[in-house]
Design a protein around this ligand. Structure first.
Ligand code: NDP
Length: 486
């Protein structure tokens, strides 16, 4: 057996006794000079970083994106060229629960990927659903409060959820997905991932098209019923973490088929709905999916805190050839994700090993808490300069974005929006058994909700499809009131 290393303090000083603290006599009291005792207690008090306000409970694994298709006419991104292979980290999560929440909960699943490309990190921070509950980030903090604990009871509230949703019909599409089978997947391996937002591709000629990203599970969609999930949670709060970890540990690597949808700028101008609205999908019939490759997860993290809890994803991280769109939700996230990480992990979060780009990083950002690398050494710290500091390169400038001349205002995001058509298209995809489970799941989540709120929401379901409204009303054992449906 090789000799075990000598225990040291964090300063590297050898420790002679790690069993007994220093006391004035056998019965105490303790002496303040026992630095090792104080270090252990003080460090423990600082071991947790704030959990994420949303997506707190998560699991992640490393893997590889392999590109087999050819979309070089749309994007110059090196990671998306035929034959490219890029290391990535994919973190799955539930959204509403705290870090100790059970995995088998009905909730949206986060699907956040960091691609460590040769041109810097590209983060695609999506979900297992192609749409979201709100389309204006102004409403995001309000929405999240409806999913969290109430001020007085410290409990979650069905009333808050349905009050908000019934007053926000743009949520109908996502609500229908959440209460369908895909709202309670068996494990993270059984979910699709969607970039959700509209992004843009830029090619080597400077041409721009709009795009959406899809990751289709090759493990198949599997789900729990509410009753099955209750039993799972009673026995195992980490069912999805366990499933993912054990599959990868045994070499059964999960895979997702990677697809994109493309919309030209001209098509976007003539699109009958706002293609930058996060509550809408692009119908496949009009914007067919193009298969571009496979994402495989093949390595479990070695240390959860270092590689998962500290992993910091942000849609602000894009590479040449991939960029943003006018989607208001995306634009707000470009600000708010980096801001969350600076608060939660620290000013220099991008320099931590799990977040650090695998390519050189050259900039004039310096100092700040926990600057644990050489802080740029003695290199010049401002720009412009005459001392060979890094320079911008015009080849990476993006083509200009054209907008119709408009008026700056708080434009009503509900004006002219059809919130019912796409949920209807989804509802019509469900077979009778899926519809029946949808009604039951929705009814079960309305426990304790005041009648007027229930009726308001039933009216929305009715407008999606009369069978939908009537089906939920029947599952609830109530009459759908005529005026709610008008
Ligand atoms: P399509 O029939 O061409 O596309 C159907 C899509 O819906 C497929 O991607 C499929 O995912 C997904 N789907 C199938 N069954 C379910 C289900 N039970 N729950 C959730 N998703 C399901 O139709 P459209 O593109 O015209 O879209 C119709 C509706 O399908 C939309 O309103 C939207 O709600 C939903 N949808 C559309 C997507 C899109 O990007 N167009 C993406 C996901 C959902 P899979 O291939 O994994 O089976």
């Amino acid at each position: 057996m090789s000799k075990r290393p000598t225990l040291t303090t964090t300063a590297g000083n050898p420790v002679g006794d790690n069993q007994n603290s220093i006391t004035a006599g056998p019965r105490g009291p303790l002496l303040l000079q026992d630095y090792q005792l104080i270090e252990k207690l003080a460090h423990q008090n600082r071991e947790r970083i704030p959990e994420r306000v949303v997506h707190a409970k998560g699991s992640a694994a490393f893997g590889t994106l392999k590109i087999t298709g050819d979309i070089s006419n749309y994007t110059k991104a090196k990671a998306l060229q035929p034959g490219a292979e890029t290391e990535c980290l994919l973190r799955f999560s539930t959204v509403a629960g705290e870090r100790g929440a059970a995995d088998a909960e009905r909730d949206v699943r986060g699907f956040a990927i960091k691609f460590y490309t040769d041109e810097g990190n590209w983060d695609l921070v999506g979900n297992n659903t192609p749409v979201f509950f709100v389309r204006d980030p102004y409403k995001f903090p309000d929405f999240i409060r409806t999913q969290k604990r109430m001020a007085k009871t410290n409990m979650r509230s069905n009333t808050a959820m349905w009050d908000f949703w019934s007053l926000s019909p743009e949520s109908l599409h996502q609500v229908t997905i959440l209460f369908s089978d895909r709202g309670l997947p068996k494990g993270f391996r059984n979910v699709n991932g969607y970039g959700s937002h509209t992004y843009s591709f830029i090619n080597s000629e400077g041409g721009r098209v709009w795009c959406k990203f899809h990751f289709k599970t090759q493990q198949g969609h599997e789900f729990w019923t509410n009753a099955e999930a209750a039993e799972i949670v009673g026995n195992d709060r980490e069912s999805s973490q366990r499933d993912l970890f054990e599959a990868i540990e045994s070499g059964d690597n999960p895979r997702w088929t990677v697809q994109v949808q493309i919309m030209t700028e001209e098509q976007a101008k003539n699109c009958p709905f706002n293609p930058f609205d996060l509550t809408k999908v692009w119908p496949h019939g009009d914007y067919p999916v193009i298969e571009i490759g496979v994402l495989e997860l093949n390595r479990n993290p070695n240390n959860y805190f270092a590689e998962v809890e500290q992993a910091s994803f942000s849609p602000s991280n894009v590479v040449p050839g991939i960029s943003w769109s006018p989607d208001k939700m995306l634009q707000a996230r470009i600000f708010s994700y980096g801001d969350a990480h600076r608060y939660r992990v620290g000013t220099n979060y991008e320099a931590l090993p799990v977040n650090k780009p695998r390519c050189p990083v050259n900039n004039y950002i310096r100092d700040g808490q926990m600057r644990f690398d050489d802080n740029g050494g003695d290199a010049v710290i401002y720009e412009p300069n005459s001392f060979d500091g890094p320079l911008e390169d015009a080849q990476y400038k993006e083509p200009p974005l054209e907008f119709d001349a408009g008026t700056a205002d708080r434009h009503n995001h509900r004006d002219g929006n059809d919130d019912y058509g796409q949920p209807r298209a989804l509802f019509e995809l469900f077979d009778d058994a899926q519809k029946s489970r949808l009604y039951q799941n929705l009814a079960a989540a309305k426990d304790g909700v005041p009648e007027n709120i229930v009726q308001r929401q039933l009216g929305h379901f009715y407008k999606v499809h009369p069978d939908y409204g009537q089906g939920v009303a029947k599952a609830l054992g109530v009459e759908l009131q005529r005026e709610a449906a008008e």
